[in-house]
Design a protein around this ligand. Structure first.
Ligand SMILES: [Fe+2]
Ligand SMILES: [Zn+2]
Length: 429
C-alpha cells in the first residue's frame, strides 16, 4: 500500500493499490514471477516461471494503468478515458525492476508500474480465461431431498467461514436450507442480511406474509396447490434470491414445499429436445402481472438465457403468469410445444423435489435458477411463512468479497448473470 491520495487531491476510501494485489491462497512463486518480456508490434508477451505465457496489448496496459494520476476502475474515481489513448500507442521503454514489477514508460513520459500478481490474475490468456469460466453448477433432481444442501444457522453471523460456506452452497446448488433459525418473525430480516439488503417490490412489499386471506390478490394468499415457478418472472429484473422463513408448518399432510432446478431442466432439454431448447433460448414468451389502478408489469423474454459461451445463465418461467403469446403465427404451435417440454419436466417425479420444511427453518432460493412451489393445504391450518427478496448482485458481491478475504482461489469465477432481459441477445455469439 503506497498512499491513500488519488487523482486531483481526492482522498478515496479504497486504499490506493495501483496495479498491485496480494497473491491468493495456493498461488505459487512460479506463477507470480515474470521470466522474460518480449516486445511485439502491438503487445508484449510475458513468460512466467511456470512456463505459461500471457500477451498484453499496449492499449490494454495503458488503459489499465491504475496509478494515482490515472485513477482506478474499482472505485470509479478515474481520470483516464479511452479517448486519451492513441489506438496505436507503443511504450518508449519496457523493463522489469528488482522486485519483478513490469515498468513501462509511455511516449508522453507517463510511467506505469504493474505488479506480477496483478498481471497474472488479470491475464486474458486462454488458460487464465478458462479458469475464470470454469464455474460449473451442481445440477440436481428430485432425489436432492435425500441429502438436501443444508447449513446450521447458529453462529453463522459471527463465523465468516461458515457464512462463506453457506453462500458457496447457494452458488453451486441454487438453493440452501438453514436449520435452527427459530420462529421469531424479527429473524427474517436478520436472515436476509446474510445475503444483502432487502429488495422491495410492489407485489410483495418488503417482507411478505404467506398466509391465507379471504380476498386473494395473489396465489400465495390462498391455500391452493402451486406448481413451481420463479417469483415475479414478469419483471425486467426479477427478484434475485427468495428468502423463505418458515415460522409454523402443518403436522401431517399438506403444505409441503416443492423445488426444481431450472438449470437441470434446461440441460435436459439441450440433450433430449434440442429443437425446444433452441426456441426457448431464442424466441420470447410473455409474462404479465396486472392489478388495475396499481401495476401493469409485462415482459417479452426468452425462457432460457445463454451467455456468450453457450452456458445457461438464467431461466424465467411462471406458467400461471404467462400472458397470451404475441408471436408470428408460424411460431405459436412450435412455442407451445417447446414450453410443454419444459413444463412436463418441471412437474415430473424426476425433477420435482418435495420436502416438508419444519418450523424454525429457512430456505434461500436463487430465483434465477431454482423454482419453488407448494402442495395444497387446509386454509384454516396454522402454516405461516415470511418471505422477502435480496438482489443476486448483493449475494454474488458478498460471495466474492468473503472468498477473496478468506483465500479462495475461485473467488473471481464468472457466475451465471441472470435471465434474459427483453432486449438481450438471445444466443451466444
Ligand atoms: Fe413464489
Ligand atoms: Zn497512470
Amino acid at each position: 500500500m503506497k498512499q491513500e491520495q488519488s487523482i486531483s487531491g481526492v482522498t478515496t476510501s479504497n486504499a490506493f493499490m495501483g496495479n498491485q494485489c496480494a497473491a491468493p491462497a495456493g498461488f505459487s512463486a512460479e506463477q507470480s514471477q515474470i521470466r522474460q518480456v518480449e516486445s511485439n508490434a502491438r503487445s508484449i508477451t510475458l513468460s512466467w516461471q511456470d512456463n505459461q505465457k500471457s500477451e498484453f496489448h499496449y492499449i490494454w496496459l495503458r488503459h489499465n494503468c491504475f496509478c494515482s494520476q490515472c485513477g482506478n476502475s474499482a472505485d470509479g474515481i478515474r481520470a483516464l478515458t479511452i479517448l486519451d489513448i492513441d489506438p496505436d500507442i507503443r511504450p518508449a521503454r519496457v523493463s522489469l525492476d528488482d522486485t519483478g514489477n513490469l515498468l513501462i514508460t509511455w511516449p508522453d513520459g507517463h510511467r506505469s508500474e504493474y505488479g506480477p500478481v496483478w498481471l497474472r490474475l488479470h491475464s486474458y490468456s486462454k488458460q487464465q480465461r478458462q479458469h475464470r469460466l470454469s464455474f460449473t453448477p451442481t445440477l440436481w433432481k428430485a432425489d436432492i431431498t435425500d441429502n438436501f444442501p443444508s447449513h446450521d444457522y447458529r453462529h453463522i453471523h459471527e463465523d465468516e467461514s461458515a457464512h462463506l460456506a453457506m453462500l458457496e452452497t447457494l452458488r453451486d446448488y441454487g438453493i440452501v436450507k438453514l436449520d435452527n433459525v427459530g420462529s421469531e418473525p424479527a429473524e427474517t430480516e436478520r436472515l436476509a442480511s446474510l445475503l444483502g439488503p432487502i429488495h422491495e417490490t410492489t407485489v410483495y412489499g418488503r417482507i411478505f406474509e404467506v398466509q391465507v386471506e379471504a380476498v386473494s390478490k395473489l396465489g400465495s394468499k390462498t391455500a391452493i396447490h402451486q406448481d413451481t415457478h420463479h417469483d415475479d418472472a414478469f419483471c425486467y429484473n426479477h427478484p434475485g434470491v427468495v428468502v423463505f422463513h418458515c415460522l409454523q408448518n402443518i403436522d401431517g399432510e399438506g403444505g409441503e414445499s416443492t423445488y426444481c432446478d431450472g438449470f437441470a431442466i434446461a440441460e435436459s432439454l439441450r440433450n433430449e429436445a434440442p429443437e425446444a431448447f433452441e426456441l426457448l433460448t431464442r424466441i420470447p414468451v410473455q409474462h404479465i402481472r396486472r392489478h388495475p389502478g396499481e401495476i401493469d408489469f409485462r415482459i417479452h423474454a426468452p425462457l432460457i438465457r445463454l451467455d456468450w459461451n453457450g452456458n445457461v445463465s438464467g431461466v424465467r418461467y411462471f406458467d400461471r403468469a404467462m400472458a397470451p403469446l404475441d408471436l408470428p403465427a408460424e411460431l405459436i404451435e412450435p412455442m407451445y410445444a417447446a414450453v410443454r417440454e419444459y413444463h412436463r419436466r418441471m412437474v415430473s417425479d424426476e425433477f420435482k423435489a418435495v420436502i416438508k420444511i419444519p418450523a424454525g427453518t429457512a430456505v434461500f432460493i436463487d430465483n434465477n435458477r431454482s423454482m419453488h412451489g407448494r402442495n395444497a393445504f387446509v386454509p384454516t391450518s396454522p402454516r405461516r411463512i415470511r418471505t422477502c427478496h435480496v438482489p443476486r448482485d448483493e449475494f454474488h458481491g458478498r460471495l466474492r468479497d468473503l472468498g477473496a478475504r478468506l483465500g479462495r482461489d475461485d473467488f473471481d469465477l464468472i457466475l451465471p448473470q441472470g435471465p434474459a432481459r427483453p432486449d438481450a441477445p438471445c444466443r451466444g455469439q
